[in-house]
Design a protein around this ligand. Structure first.
Ligand SMILES: CC(C)(COP(=O)(O)OP(=O)(O)OC[C@H]1O[C@@H](n2cnc3c(N)ncnc32)[C@H](O)[C@@H]1OP(=O)(O)O)[C@@H](O)C(=O)NCCC(=O)NCCS
Length: 150
């Protein structure tokens, strides 16, 4: 697909970004007040200088994928680490090179910021994503532990 632009998200994209996050299986609003809270969180993410959301736009009209990134400092590193919390391509547009385009744009950003690496987590159940990341040169380098406090 050639008619794709990868660009930095703006406030106008927030509703679509929220929709993509729900597609990724992230929690949906449980009550009306949650909708506003989620919107504010995405707005802040778009605004913060240590975070970025990139969107993949088809024919300048339809957003078909997104990736969120944050820049983290480590105590034993003089350079930043890029962390990718979310990456999603709409199902209809998967396996057409869109995820790769988004990750390649992250690599460009990470190099601009002189990051020493890119890191992300992917749920155990997401076997296809693991293959996707490996095909892009990512190595499985850690086991992730979570303790839910809800
Ligand atoms: C994972 C995801 C982002 C990948 O995006 P995509 O647009 O479908 O992937 P692409 O078409 O860009 O694939 C890029 C490369 O990965 C390879 N790849 C993708 N899935 C693969 C699989 N299951 N097995 C082997 N290789 C795979 C492709 O063959 C392609 O390689 P090539 O460049 O040599 O042809 C997308 O499928 C998605 O949104 N999935 C649901 C949400 C999700 O799991 N997100 C990740 C959360 S951690």
């Amino acid at each position: 697909m050639d008619n794709i632009t990868i660009r930095i998200a703006s406030n106008n994209d927030i509703s679509i970004i929220l929709g993509l996050l729900y597609d990724l299986g992230r929690p949906k609003p449980q009550k009306d007040s949650d909708v506003e809270i989620f919107r504010k969180l995405v707005t802040k993410y778009v605004r913060d200088s240590d975070k970025t959301i990139l969107v993949a736009e088809l024919e300048g009209m339809k957003i078909i994928g997104m990736v969120s990134v944050m820049y983290l400092s480590r105590l034993n590193r003089s350079t930043l680490e890029m962390y990718i919390p979310e990456l999603i391509v709409l199902e209809k547009y998967q396996n057409k090179g869109m995820g790769k385009k988004l990750i390649n744009s992250c690599i460009v950003l990470a190099k601009k910021k002189k990051c020493h690496r890119i890191r992300l987590e992917s749920g155990n159940q997401r076997k296809n994503s693991h293959q996707f990341y490996k095909s892009l040169g990512f190595e499985q380098s850690a086991i992730s532990f979570t303790k839910n406090l809800d």
